[in-house]
Design a protein around this ligand. Structure first.
Ligand code: IMP
Ligand code: MG
Length: 182
């Protein structure tokens, strides 16, 4: 199970790196003079976070969360299960929540609500991929790498049942993989 399970490559590693460099430049401008703390949502955002943070030419602190959403459009922060919480003191900081993909919007919507309880100076969101068609709420990210079609994507942190995260590109998973017994 690997590359051969991908039916179409949407973004090559070169395209991803180039887009992340652009995003880094934008963030460098926007966060000049601020106290930027990236809160990265594991596991999927780890690859994106590592590359993005190195394209930001400012002091950046990085913290991590492991969360899992359960629920629907009428979400509240109570619909989020937290497996690992932030450890830094976020009071007065400029928090940028980073995730691999924005899908229904339930996860990021709930994380943003929860982050506000830490009394940060600001809270914004940044995602590598945005599957706009799937949104169940009004949520929009402040920074988006790529707008993507409503397909199941893998690679560059994105997984199917925990696999494929280390593919260097982002591709569409072959639907025959879902049918396979694991
Ligand atoms: P949301 O709460 O529906 O926005 O969930 C976003 C999360 O769903 C992401 O962090 C991913 O873990 C997962 N996800 C959504 N779409 C995909 C996909 O196409 N491939 C892999 N993971 C996905
Ligand atoms: Mg995820």
């Amino acid at each position: 199970m690997h590359k051969e399970d991908v039916k179409q490559i949407l973004f090559t590693n070169e395209q991803i790196k180039a887009r992340i460099a652009e995003m880094g430049k934008q963030l460098t401008k926007d966060y000049l003079g601020k106290k930027l703390v990236i809160v990265s949502l594991l596991k999927g955002a780890a690859w994106f976070t590592a590359d993005l943070s190195r394209e930001i030419d400012l002091p950046v602190r990085t913290d991590f969360m492991v969360v899992s959403s359960y629920g629907n459009a009428t979400m509240t922060s109570g619909m989020l299960k937290i497996y690992l919480d932030v450890r830094d003191d976020l009071r007065g900081k400029d928090v940028l929540i980073v995730d691999d993909i924005l899908d229904t919007g339930v996860t990021l919507g709930a994380v943003v609500d929860m982050m506000k309880e830490h009394s940060p100076a600001s809270v914004k969101t940044c995602v590598l991929c945005d599957k706009k068609e799937r949104r169940l709420n009004e949520f929009e990210a402040d920074y988006v790498g790529f707008t993507v079609p409503d397909e199941f994507l893998v690679g560059y942190g994105l997984d199917y049942a925990g696999d494929y995260r280390n593919l260097p590109f982002i591709g569409v998973l072959n639907s025959s993989v879902y049918a396979r017994t694991k």
